[in-house]
Design a protein around this ligand. Structure first.
Ligand code: F6R
Length: 607
């Protein structure tokens, strides 16, 4: 998730830009840059790496310019590098811009610009925008603002843009669609940024820009328009949080912030993945799987990402016409998995740097298997090794406990499974309903987030417990596994997941008065069976939290949470959000360090 800052006023712009970028560091980034402008020209300085490196590069450069834009980049298109970092400039070095978001149709636009003779310096989706502006300004003779309005109508996807130019060195233009942007002003000038913390040292009066709005910022004025150039009202708010809290979006931990980011993370991950009723995955099509006679598929990962693999395999195994299995990477690499050129291995990882997963991937490659990564961090180790990479677009995940990376893995693996069924001719996947419902998922997650208060109360059941039992069948089982992992890692309550039908084959011996059982019963074929298993635990004194569908007859139970109606496959996504919140609130009432649980690291780069 990139960060943007911009300032125009009576003071030099650079100090505002740099302090603002440092306040946005929580968003995660791999490179940083600024453009400063005055009537003598544009000065751009950018680098891969940390803000400190940019600061060092600028240390000896006099920077009196009173207008400028800044950016921290979190790579999505093109690896982290100096060339790919923002700002991006046109060839004449008269227009410079920064962008946060993803331009979905950049390849088509790039083709047209290449035909017109534009040369590209970077691999980014962003660079097309600066050339579009150049084209409209210099060849179609539009004003810069008209050029911006014309450009935003061409762009599909999400964007927050800030633009400066030597042609109009006393103006900054900005536009927003589905990526955040807030405006502010103080006695010295006008400013904007991706998030309020960047402004709070200057002003607490903030104007959050709405989707479809464009802005003309000058030192002493600010005008807002819609994308058709119609003036819009200014709606200012007084920002209620202090700077520190605001970096977590007002939440007291990154984990809770990231739980609440799941609707947008899922939306971003699915962006551009559908063509009508089909899944669009050119990365997988290029692997030429039908011609390779695929006979087995492994889904391989560690921890939370492994649970996503169990989900993917449970989902696909009834349909696949070949052997499919999920394996923890640490077992895969030392076991003797059958690997040959007819094997497809899918490696799932948030960081793309997990040592066991990378070792498993290398083994698969050595044996000639076809390899694909499902990864969140662009340019990471797995993406460099795998034959193809699918990106979850969850944005940086800072909390050690994975939340939004998991749900985005679930949706991307669902899309991959649909694609594989299609490519390998496995027949019906009920994909039309599923594709329709995948697109409804962000709203469905919003719905379940409304259970937060109720979950906070339910966490009291676990306050003095040493252990908890998560149960489920079929697609509910990986959700139970993930719920148990979340609870133990952040609250230190020991938790295990069981297939509900396995309870009476041993684990039920542990159930006693006030044991807490969290049951997932969302799969119509087996939900009633799971409910019978719950009765058995209640008979032994257990307190049960049941997560189920709208239809299930379950009102006799003490605590029932019902999920929004969607395809059965997708209850794993909405259901796990409740379990993430349960883990969070249990940890919170126990006073645990939620974002940094003891003994854990965000990225496990050693065996
Ligand atoms: C748990 C968690 C870990 C990771 C695991 C794999 O909340 O985050 O279990 O899922 O270490 O990490 P990645 O996905 O980076 O390969």
């Amino acid at each position: 998730m990139c960060g943007i800052t911009a300032y125009i006023g009576a003071e030099p712009a650079l100090p505002f830009l740099m302090q603002g970028l440092s306040k946005l560091e929580y968003r995660g980034y791999d490179s940083a840059g600024v453009t400063l402008v005055d009537s003598s020209g544009l000065f751009t300085c950018k680098t891969k790496g940390r803000l400190k490196q940019l600061e060092d590069m600028l240390e000896t450069v006099p920077c009196p310019q009173k207008c400028g834009i800044g950016h921290t980049r979190w790579a999505t298109h093109g690896v982290p590098s100096q060339m790919n970092s923002h700002p991006h400039t046109n060839e004449k070095n008269t227009i410079s811009l920064v962008h946060n978001g993803i331009i979905e149709n950049y390849l088509a636009l790039k083709e047209e610009l290449l035909k017109k003779g534009y040369k590209f310096k970077s691999e980014t989706d962003t660079e097309i925008v600066v050339h579009l502006l150049d084209d409209y300004y210099y060849h179609e003779h539009l004003s810069l603002f008209e050029a911006l309005l014309k450009a935003v109508h061409q762009l599909q996807g999400s964007f927050a843009l800030c633009i400066v130019s030597t042609e109009e060195p006393d103006v900054i233009y900005a536009a927003k669609k589905e990526s955040p942007m807030v405006l502010g002003r103080d006695k010295s000038g006008t400013m904007c940024a991706s998030d309020a913390p960047a402004l709070l040292a200057y002003t607490s009066e903030i104007l959050p820009l709405k989707d479809g709005q464009a802005v003309i910022m000058k030192a002493d004025s600010l005008q807002i328009f819609d994308f058709d150039g119609v003036p819009q009202e200014e709606e200012w708010i007084v920002f209620p949080y202090d700077v520190h809290a605001a970096q977590k979006g007002g939440y007291d931990s990154f984990m809770m912030k990231e739980i609440h980011e799941q609707p947008s993370a899922v939306r971003e991950t699915l962006r551009g993945r559908f063509r009508g009723e089909m899944v669009y995955m050119p990365e997988i099509e290029k692997l030429n799987l039908p011609a390779r006679g695929i006979q087995r598929i492994y889904y391989v990962a560690c921890g939370t990402a492994y649970h996503a693999c169990v989900y993917a395999v449970t989902q696909i195994s009834a349909r696949a016409r070949c052997a499919v299995s999920a394996m923890p990477a640490s077992e895969f690499r030392y076991g003797s998995p059958y690997l040959d050129e007819h094997t497809l291995c899918v490696f799932v990882s948030q960081s793309g740097e997990t040592a066991d997963t990378i070792a498993a991937l290398k083994l698969a490659k050595e044996k000639g298997a076809v390899t694909a990564g499902v990864v969140n961090v662009l340019g990471s180790g797995i993406t460099r090794l795998a034959d193809a990479t699918l990106y979850t677009c969850a944005g940086p995940e800072i909390s050690v406990a994975s939340t939004k990376a998991y749900t985005t893995q679930l949706v991307l693996l669902t899309c991959l499974n649909i694609k594989l069924a299609d490519l390998l001719d496995w027949g019906v996947f009920d994909q039309y309903q599923l594709i329709e419902d995948l697109q409804k998922l962000p709203e469905a997650i919003e719905e379940v987030l409304k259970y937060e208060k109720k979950i906070a109360e339910l966490a009291e059941l676990l306050r003095y417990r040493q252990d908890a039992y998560f149960i489920g069948r079929q697609l509910d089982y990986p959700t139970a596994m993930e719920g148990a992992l979340k609870l133990k890692e952040v609250s230190y309550v020991h938790a295990d997941a069981y297939y509900a039908g396995e309870l009476k084959h041993g684990p039920i011996a542990l159930i006693e008065k006030d044991s807490v059982v969290i049951a997932m019963a969302t799969q119509p074929k087996v939900a009633a069976k799971t409910v019978s298993n719950i009765e058995e635990t209640i008979a032994r004194g257990a307190r049960v939290i049941l997560i189920t569908t709208q239809q299930m007859k379950a009102d006799r139970f003490e605590h029932v949470l019902r999920l929004p109606e969607l395809s059965d496959e997708l209850s794993a996504v909405t259901g796990v959000v409740l379990l993430q919140m349960l883990a969070y609130y249990t940890a919170s009432i126990k006073g645990c360090d939620i974002d940094k649980p003891r003994n854990l690291a965000k990225s496990v780069t050693v065996e």
